[in-house]
Design a protein around this ligand. Sequence first.
Ligand SMILES: NC(=O)c1ccc[n+]([C@@H]2O[C@H](COP(=O)([O-])OP(=O)(O)OC[C@H]3O[C@@H](n4cnc5c(N)ncnc54)[C@H](OP(=O)(O)O)[C@@H]3O)[C@@H](O)[C@H]2O)c1
Length: 290
Amino acid sequence: MRLKMRRMTMRTLPGPLTLPALGLGTWRLGERRSAQAAELAALRLAVEIGYRAFDTAEMYGEGGAESLLGEALSAALRGSVERAALYVVSKVYPHNASTQGVVAACERSLKRLKLDHLDLYLLHWRGSIPLARTVEGFERLRARGLIRHWGVSNFDLDDLQELAALPQGATCVANQVWYSLARRGVEFDVLPWQQARRMTLMAYSPIDQGALAQHDGLKRLAATLGATPAQLALARLLAEPGVMVIPKSTDATRLRQNFEAASLTLDAATRAQVDAMFPSPRRKQALAVN
Ligand SMILES: NC(=O)c1ccc[n+]([C@@H]2O[C@H](COP(=O)([O-])OP(=O)(O)OC[C@H]3O[C@@H](n4cnc5c(N)ncnc54)[C@H](OP(=O)(O)O)[C@@H]3O)[C@@H](O)[C@H]2O)c1
């Protein structure tokens, strides 16, 4: 047996917070009124399946994704799910990331999400506002209890180093970047740097926006293991310490399959076969950006 089932792995962030190693992405949700009922049903199903970490952003559907997620989560909280079991991540637009702007944007996000705090709040990507101002906003939010932790997204190594050198910069707990088997550039420098600091790497587009599910080699290998290619793609990333994946799906079967990927362990031979198809880089690559 080359695939082993185990309990959902947790990722520990500095401090008391632990995050499930797999969460649900919500990009493209909340954009179309005609899709809302189906998207809400998918989010509610995700909670039922056992998803407890959710990644969203004020950008997604210009608040539409947060609003839908808020509806699904408030229904869950009225049921048997406790707030302490949820891990809600949202992101601020770079143009809102001034000290005051971050605070105001977070308050708007919380209102849409119907929550009193976020577990993690990220700068979506680096813009023209100096990082120190954004960090000050994040720290104000933290002091008020509106966020538990803050982090960044789409930061390459030089950006991370610059951030770490700022006062309070080292309190950044996560960097969310494009990381999939087809884009392993971060393994050369960003991931080791983050691992050394126990800064979680949140892998976005971990199925490469669906493309890896169609990859012939992965399909063949997955078939021999009784898994799906997407599960293999997710499980391989999860074999790296400190990595969390946030695949998005609104399809019932794929939501289940993706969730199960967090309970799969690949043996060394399988990892080697995957790595032969998708080699890890041997030199610096610019960060992939979606
Ligand atoms: N920080 C950033 O700048 C940034 C950028 C991009 C994404 N993100 C976050 O990362 C999340 C995930 O990334 P993503 O949505 O770009 O890409 P992804 O999760 O790699 O792939 C999602 C796409 O693949 C399909 N899919 C999902 N599971 C599948 C499976 N098991 N088999 C076949 N197809 C499958 C989905 O369609 P169905 O829904 O029909 O299953 C969807 O079209 C986003 O939703 C968002 O929360 C962040």
